[in-house]
Design a protein around this ligand. Structure first.
Ligand code: HEC
Ligand code: HEC
Length: 508
């Protein structure tokens, strides 16, 4: 396979020290927060979670993206569940980190344009890692100070971030600072309200409900989305920016490691390298390969060595499953809102897939053209990126991602999800964005019916792609396609996936 597409917004890709540090971060469970027992729509969960309510979930990237097993989640499998579990229940099934660097857009709905910006989101998501950027900074101070300083010499750590123990000594049980001679002491600040630590131990940007003022409002009741109240929102802007830099650097190191997660040398790769000689892959898989490129036309979308087309398609997979939202679960004005007009409002209509993802990408503050990017040209032209003519005239800018920044929202994007890679697919079940199929045979049967399956009460969204047709495959042909898919399981360099030593947990 050729090298993955470049990411000029992350200058640490290929840097051995950053990769080694990113690997430790990838396996470190002490960046995660507590169990919330709620799904993506903030509804209470009905299945057991990872820990009792409020207790640490102790997940790392590797928990849900096990590099030794296709980079996928083998831990979220209570009966009847089809999605991934972290602090709560996701609205979608897991994806792979192996070969993710080949993607143009990240996530099932494409709402991020780089691997590092994906991590900015996942680390603070209540259904996932449920951590906080303040925690990331303190964990680095406590456990990785020397390595961090070596990898990021141009970004010195703020001297006020000293030790977790010293920080804790300042605090009263309610998280405010103890007053000294009835004044807020120097290590604390009262700029935006009560006397608070300049750098709280936990804190992430607050969630602003419609109608709520986007200012520091100490004591917010939005407990799931604001587990640390407004600790972050009350910080001074310069301090927030210093922490954001540490946070982004942390994500870039992890992404540098992800760029090394490439699987190769599958039975299929060896067969291709030998020039497809008859008898080498086995008769069933070889027939399956012919069906894949011929009668079944899978390669219309699963193209090239990674089996992706960098597109989004509606192949008839319904919104189905306990935690997989339907549009009726998302009324106007709610956290998940499919009823408002998404041309004007920053809504959150999860069930519609790529249309929601593209809109979020267009509003993202952590894109390849943002202040956090290392790609100076892309960054410099930021204000031009909403102009479709500029994108048309400069298609290669921002590693080609510029096309998405001004792309129109269309009806075809409704119910469309990202074409997943098929490498290692035998290891990555359950399948589809909703996780509705446990086996590859069920997936092939889906295609055999032209995507027009019994939706079992689920909601079919949008219009099925015209490339999906009834295939009239025989039982043998279905088995052959499955045998072909099973031949795509590759190998990864043992040193890349060997578990690293991670420092002991910090005393938060
Ligand atoms: C609790 C399980 C969980 C944890 C922990 C988790 N992820 Fe994920 N990851 C998911 C799920 C589920 C998705 C799909 C989410 C979506 O599309 O909305 C995903 C998607 C991704 C993707 C997108 C792949 C693609 O092809 O677009 C990448 C990359 C990724 N995760 C990396 C990470 C990294 C790095 C970490 C650690 C910082 C991490 N994840 C932590 C569950 C998890
Ligand atoms: C029109 C484009 C298109 C065609 C043609 C197509 N696929 Fe897909 N494939 C997709 C998309 C998009 C998804 C994800 C859909 C979703 O989750 O809603 C997918 C999902 C899959 C998955 C699940 C992978 C995972 O990690 O969950 C497998 C396996 C798969 N396809 C195999 C095939 C096979 C075999 C064929 C031929 C019979 C085929 N595909 C034809 C676009 C296509």
């Amino acid at each position: 396979m050729g090298a993955p597409s470049t990411d000029t917004s992350n200058k640490y890709i290929g840097n051995p020290a950053a990769i080694a540090l990113g690997k430790q971060f990838y396996f470190d469970k002490d960046f995660s927060g507590g169990e919330v027992y709620a799904d993506m729509l903030l509804r209470p969960m009905t299945t057991p979670g990872r820990a009792p309510l409020g207790q640490p979930i102790k997940v790392a990237c590797n928990t849900c993206h096990e590099v030794a097993r296709g980079g996928s989640d083998h831990t979220s499998d209570p009966p009847g569940n089809t999605v991934s579990f972290g602090g709560g229940a996701y609205d979608v099934n897991g994806q792979q980190t192996i070969n993710a660097a080949y993607s143009d857009l990240i996530y099932w709905n494409g709402r991020n344009d780089s691997l590092w910006s994906q991590i900015v989101a996942v680390a603070e998501s209540h259904v996932s890692v449920n951590g906080s950027r303040m925690r990331v900074a303190w964990r680095i101070i406590d456990a990785y100070r020397a390595q961090y300083t070596a990898v990021f010499p141009d970004y010195p750590l703020p001297p006020e971030l000293d030790s977790i123990a010293a920080q804790k000594a300042l605090l009263l049980p309610d998280g405010t600072c103890a007053l000294v001679n009835s004044a807020c002491p120097a290590e604390c600040q009262a700029t935006n309200g009560p006397c608070l630590p300049r750098f709280p131990l936990e804190g992430r940007p607050g969630f602003v409900r419609p109608g709520q003022q986007p200012v520091c409002t100490w004591g917010s009741t939005e407990t799931i989305l604001q587990p640390y109240g407004d600790a972050w929102d009350c910080m001074q802007l310069a301090d927030q920016l210093a922490i954001d830099r540490i946070y982004v650097n942390w994500t870039k190191a992890i992404a540098a490691y992800e760029y090394t997660l490439i699987s190769n040398n599958s039975p299929f790769d060896r067969w291709a390298a030998a020039g497809f000689p008859a008898g080498m892959l086995g008769p069933s898989a070889e027939r399956g390969a012919r069906l894949f490129v011929g009668k079944a036309a899978c390669k219309e979308c699963h193209k090239g060595p990674v089996f992706i087309d960098k597109e989004f398609h509606d192949i008839g997979v319904p919104q189905l499953g306990t935690y997989v939202p339907r549009t009726t679960d998302c009324p106007v004005g709610d956290w998940c809102d499919c009823a408002g007009d998404d041309r004007f409002e920053p809504l959150n209509c999860l069930p519609i897939g790529a249309r929601d993802g593209l809109r979020k990408l267009q509003a993202s503050k952590f894109r390849r053209d943002s202040v956090w990017s290392d790609d100076e040209d892309c960054r410099r032209h930021f204000t031009l990126h909403t102009d479709p003519n500029y994108a048309k005239d400069n298609p290669a800018e921002c590693d080609g991602r510029i096309q998405y920044y001004s792309m129109a929202l269309t009806d075809e994007q409704r119910g469309a999800w990202k074409t997943p890679s098929l490498r290692d697919v035998a290891l990555t079940g359950p399948y589809m964005h909703n996780g509705m199929y446990k086996t590859l045979r069920e997936v092939v049967v889906h295609y055999n019916k032209g995507g027009k399956i019994d939706a079992m009460g689920g909601e079919v969204i949008g219009t099925i792609d015209s490339k999906i047709k009834v295939l009239n495959l025989t039982d043998q042909e279905i088995d052959d396609l499955v045998a072909f898919l099973e031949s795509l399981t590759g190998q990864i360099d043992a040193a890349v996936i060997a578990e690293p030593v991670v420092p002991p947990d910090s005393a938060f």
